[in-house]
Write a protein that binds this ligand. Sequence first.
Ligand code: ZN
Length: 241
Amino acid sequence: MDSIEQLARLLTESKDTLVLTGAGVSTESGIPDFRSPGTGLWSQMDPMELLSRSALSRNPAEFWRRSEPIFRQMASSQPNKGHYALAQLEKRGLVRGIVTQNIDSLHQRAGSNCVLEVHGHLRTASCPHCGAEREMLPLLDQVASGDNPPRCNCGGIFRPNVVLYGDTLPDAFQRAFQWARVCDLLLVVGSSLEVAPVCWLAPTASRLAIINLGETQCDEIASVLIRGKAGEVLNSLLEFA
Ligand SMILES: [Zn+2]
Protein backbone atom coordinates (compact mmCIF):
# COMPACT_ATOMS: atom_id res chain seq x y z
CA MET A 1 0.00 0.00 0.00
CA ASP A 2 1.35 3.40 -0.97
CA SER A 3 1.19 6.41 1.29
CA ILE A 4 -0.45 9.79 1.06
CA GLU A 5 3.03 11.36 1.37
CA GLN A 6 4.06 9.57 -1.85
CA LEU A 7 0.95 10.87 -3.59
CA ALA A 8 1.65 14.40 -2.32
CA ARG A 9 5.18 14.17 -3.72
CA LEU A 10 3.89 13.11 -7.15
CA LEU A 11 1.42 15.95 -7.08
CA THR A 12 3.95 18.64 -6.20
CA GLU A 13 6.44 17.31 -8.79
CA SER A 14 3.83 17.33 -11.56
CA LYS A 15 3.48 20.46 -13.69
CA ASP A 16 0.14 19.43 -15.13
CA THR A 17 -2.19 17.24 -13.09
CA LEU A 18 -5.59 16.12 -14.29
CA VAL A 19 -8.11 14.49 -11.95
CA LEU A 20 -10.65 11.91 -13.11
CA THR A 21 -13.54 11.35 -10.71
CA GLY A 22 -16.25 8.71 -10.59
CA ALA A 23 -19.19 7.82 -8.39
CA GLY A 24 -16.91 7.11 -5.40
CA VAL A 25 -16.28 10.82 -4.87
CA SER A 26 -20.01 11.42 -4.38
CA THR A 27 -21.00 8.43 -2.24
CA GLU A 28 -20.05 10.45 0.86
CA SER A 29 -22.68 12.96 -0.28
CA GLY A 30 -25.30 10.21 -0.11
CA ILE A 31 -25.43 9.50 -3.84
CA PRO A 32 -25.18 5.77 -4.48
CA ASP A 33 -23.09 4.43 -7.34
CA PHE A 34 -25.82 3.91 -9.90
CA ARG A 35 -23.67 1.53 -11.91
CA SER A 36 -23.81 -0.94 -9.04
CA PRO A 37 -27.37 -0.92 -7.70
CA GLY A 38 -28.17 -2.23 -4.26
CA THR A 39 -28.87 0.83 -2.16
CA GLY A 40 -31.74 3.24 -1.73
CA LEU A 41 -33.51 4.51 -4.76
CA TRP A 42 -31.50 2.45 -7.16
CA SER A 43 -32.14 -0.96 -5.63
CA GLN A 44 -35.44 -1.51 -7.42
CA MET A 45 -34.24 -0.81 -10.93
CA ASP A 46 -31.68 -1.48 -13.56
CA PRO A 47 -30.06 1.88 -14.42
CA MET A 48 -29.02 0.57 -17.84
CA GLU A 49 -32.72 0.12 -18.59
CA LEU A 50 -34.04 3.19 -16.76
CA LEU A 51 -31.51 5.76 -18.00
CA SER A 52 -31.51 4.64 -21.59
CA ARG A 53 -32.33 6.40 -24.80
CA SER A 54 -34.73 3.61 -25.72
CA ALA A 55 -36.66 3.91 -22.42
CA LEU A 56 -37.07 7.64 -23.03
CA SER A 57 -38.32 7.24 -26.58
CA ARG A 58 -40.52 4.22 -25.80
CA ASN A 59 -42.39 5.82 -22.90
CA PRO A 60 -41.24 9.33 -21.97
CA ALA A 61 -43.81 9.77 -19.17
CA GLU A 62 -42.61 6.56 -17.53
CA PHE A 63 -38.97 7.61 -17.99
CA TRP A 64 -39.61 10.93 -16.24
CA ARG A 65 -41.82 9.42 -13.53
CA ARG A 66 -39.14 6.90 -12.56
CA SER A 67 -36.20 9.30 -12.94
CA GLU A 68 -37.78 12.18 -11.02
CA PRO A 69 -36.96 11.06 -7.42
CA ILE A 70 -33.43 10.02 -8.42
CA PHE A 71 -32.67 13.24 -10.30
CA ARG A 72 -34.13 15.20 -7.41
CA GLN A 73 -31.94 13.43 -4.86
CA MET A 74 -28.83 14.07 -6.95
CA ALA A 75 -29.73 17.69 -7.68
CA SER A 76 -30.31 18.47 -4.01
CA SER A 77 -27.28 16.73 -2.46
CA GLN A 78 -24.36 18.68 -1.02
CA PRO A 79 -20.64 18.56 -1.82
CA ASN A 80 -18.51 16.62 0.68
CA LYS A 81 -14.96 17.17 1.94
CA GLY A 82 -13.56 15.33 -1.09
CA HIS A 83 -15.13 17.82 -3.51
CA TYR A 84 -13.90 20.73 -1.36
CA ALA A 85 -10.38 19.28 -1.17
CA LEU A 86 -10.18 19.02 -4.98
CA ALA A 87 -11.37 22.62 -5.33
CA GLN A 88 -8.66 23.64 -2.86
CA LEU A 89 -5.98 21.76 -4.85
CA GLU A 90 -7.06 23.66 -7.98
CA LYS A 91 -6.78 26.99 -6.12
CA ARG A 92 -3.26 26.07 -4.98
CA GLY A 93 -2.32 25.41 -8.61
CA LEU A 94 -1.74 21.70 -7.98
CA VAL A 95 -4.62 20.52 -10.18
CA ARG A 96 -5.37 21.88 -13.64
CA GLY A 97 -8.83 20.42 -14.05
CA ILE A 98 -11.27 17.64 -13.35
CA VAL A 99 -12.81 15.17 -15.76
CA THR A 100 -15.87 13.71 -14.07
CA GLN A 101 -18.23 10.86 -14.82
CA ASN A 102 -20.68 12.30 -12.29
CA ILE A 103 -23.78 14.25 -13.29
CA ASP A 104 -24.42 15.83 -9.86
CA SER A 105 -22.54 19.18 -10.35
CA LEU A 106 -20.96 18.79 -6.90
CA HIS A 107 -17.44 19.74 -8.08
CA GLN A 108 -18.66 23.11 -9.34
CA ARG A 109 -20.72 23.66 -6.21
CA ALA A 110 -17.62 22.99 -4.10
CA GLY A 111 -15.73 25.69 -6.05
CA SER A 112 -13.85 23.83 -8.79
CA ASN A 113 -13.67 26.00 -11.91
CA CYS A 114 -12.29 23.70 -14.57
CA VAL A 115 -14.62 20.69 -14.80
CA LEU A 116 -15.30 18.54 -17.85
CA GLU A 117 -18.52 16.54 -17.43
CA VAL A 118 -18.19 13.58 -19.77
CA HIS A 119 -21.60 12.14 -18.86
CA GLY A 120 -23.40 15.50 -18.88
CA HIS A 121 -25.19 17.09 -15.93
CA LEU A 122 -28.56 17.48 -14.24
CA ARG A 123 -28.71 21.28 -14.10
CA THR A 124 -30.87 21.50 -17.20
CA ALA A 125 -32.98 19.56 -19.67
CA SER A 126 -33.31 20.41 -23.32
CA CYS A 127 -35.77 20.03 -26.15
CA PRO A 128 -34.35 17.83 -28.92
CA HIS A 129 -36.48 19.62 -31.53
CA CYS A 130 -35.78 23.33 -31.00
CA GLY A 131 -32.90 23.24 -28.49
CA ALA A 132 -34.75 25.17 -25.77
CA GLU A 133 -33.34 24.62 -22.28
CA ARG A 134 -35.11 24.42 -18.91
CA GLU A 135 -33.80 24.28 -15.38
CA MET A 136 -34.11 20.80 -13.98
CA LEU A 137 -35.76 21.40 -10.60
CA PRO A 138 -38.88 23.25 -11.87
CA LEU A 139 -39.16 20.57 -14.55
CA LEU A 140 -39.07 17.84 -11.88
CA ASP A 141 -41.80 19.69 -9.93
CA GLN A 142 -43.87 19.73 -13.10
CA VAL A 143 -43.41 15.96 -13.52
CA ALA A 144 -44.26 15.34 -9.85
CA SER A 145 -47.46 17.37 -10.20
CA GLY A 146 -48.59 15.06 -13.02
CA ASP A 147 -47.76 17.32 -15.98
CA ASN A 148 -45.83 14.53 -17.59
CA PRO A 149 -44.00 14.07 -19.90
CA PRO A 150 -42.67 17.63 -19.69
CA ARG A 151 -43.15 19.35 -23.05
CA CYS A 152 -41.52 22.32 -24.69
CA ASN A 153 -43.66 25.12 -26.21
CA CYS A 154 -42.82 23.63 -29.62
CA GLY A 155 -44.35 20.29 -28.60
CA GLY A 156 -41.06 18.43 -28.19
CA ILE A 157 -40.47 16.35 -25.06
CA PHE A 158 -37.64 17.52 -22.80
CA ARG A 159 -34.73 15.20 -22.09
CA PRO A 160 -32.13 15.56 -19.34
CA ASN A 161 -28.74 16.89 -20.46
CA VAL A 162 -27.03 13.69 -19.40
CA VAL A 163 -25.51 10.97 -21.53
CA LEU A 164 -28.06 8.14 -21.63
CA TYR A 165 -27.17 4.56 -22.43
CA GLY A 166 -27.45 4.35 -26.21
CA ASP A 167 -26.43 7.99 -26.79
CA THR A 168 -23.41 8.85 -28.89
CA LEU A 169 -20.44 10.14 -26.91
CA PRO A 170 -20.34 13.89 -26.36
CA ASP A 171 -17.47 16.11 -27.57
CA ALA A 172 -16.32 16.37 -23.96
CA PHE A 173 -14.83 12.89 -24.32
CA GLN A 174 -12.52 14.01 -27.10
CA ARG A 175 -11.31 16.89 -24.96
CA ALA A 176 -10.83 14.56 -22.00
CA PHE A 177 -8.61 12.32 -24.14
CA GLN A 178 -6.57 15.31 -25.32
CA TRP A 179 -6.08 16.46 -21.72
CA ALA A 180 -5.14 12.98 -20.54
CA ARG A 181 -2.57 12.54 -23.30
CA VAL A 182 -0.63 15.69 -22.42
CA CYS A 183 -0.87 15.74 -18.62
CA ASP A 184 2.07 14.74 -16.37
CA LEU A 185 -0.15 13.01 -13.87
CA LEU A 186 -3.67 11.60 -13.95
CA LEU A 187 -5.16 11.22 -10.49
CA VAL A 188 -8.16 8.88 -10.52
CA VAL A 189 -10.53 9.32 -7.57
CA GLY A 190 -13.49 7.08 -6.79
CA SER A 191 -13.70 5.17 -10.04
CA SER A 192 -13.13 1.48 -10.59
CA LEU A 193 -12.30 2.37 -14.23
CA GLU A 194 -14.64 -0.34 -15.45
CA VAL A 195 -16.92 1.80 -17.59
CA ALA A 196 -15.89 2.41 -21.18
CA PRO A 197 -14.78 4.78 -22.55
CA VAL A 198 -13.59 6.49 -19.35
CA CYS A 199 -11.47 3.44 -18.52
CA TRP A 200 -9.41 4.08 -21.68
CA LEU A 201 -8.29 7.47 -20.33
CA ALA A 202 -6.12 6.07 -17.56
CA PRO A 203 -3.59 4.15 -19.72
CA THR A 204 -3.07 7.19 -22.01
CA ALA A 205 -1.61 9.29 -19.16
CA SER A 206 2.16 9.28 -18.68
CA ARG A 207 1.73 8.79 -14.93
CA LEU A 208 -1.21 7.42 -13.00
CA ALA A 209 -2.26 7.65 -9.34
CA ILE A 210 -5.41 6.05 -7.96
CA ILE A 211 -7.53 6.67 -4.85
CA ASN A 212 -10.35 4.15 -4.67
CA LEU A 213 -12.07 2.01 -2.05
CA GLY A 214 -12.00 -1.14 -4.18
CA GLU A 215 -9.83 -2.63 -6.90
CA THR A 216 -9.65 -0.93 -10.28
CA GLN A 217 -8.85 -2.14 -13.78
CA CYS A 218 -5.58 -0.16 -13.76
CA ASP A 219 -4.12 -0.91 -10.31
CA GLU A 220 -1.02 -2.59 -11.72
CA ILE A 221 -0.01 0.37 -13.89
CA ALA A 222 -0.51 3.00 -11.15
CA SER A 223 2.58 4.75 -9.72
CA VAL A 224 0.70 5.33 -6.48
CA LEU A 225 -2.33 3.36 -5.32
CA ILE A 226 -4.31 4.28 -2.20
CA ARG A 227 -7.30 2.31 -0.99
CA GLY A 228 -9.68 4.50 0.95
CA LYS A 229 -12.66 6.78 0.94
CA ALA A 230 -12.17 9.69 -1.44
CA GLY A 231 -13.10 12.40 1.07
CA GLU A 232 -10.81 11.14 3.81
CA VAL A 233 -7.79 10.54 1.59
CA LEU A 234 -8.10 13.87 -0.26
CA ASN A 235 -8.47 15.73 3.00
CA SER A 236 -5.28 14.18 4.37
CA LEU A 237 -3.58 14.96 1.07
CA LEU A 238 -4.25 18.68 1.64
CA GLU A 239 -2.03 18.57 4.71
CA PHE A 240 0.96 17.32 2.72
CA ALA A 241 0.51 19.06 -0.62
ZN1 ZN B 1 -38.80 22.79 -28.35
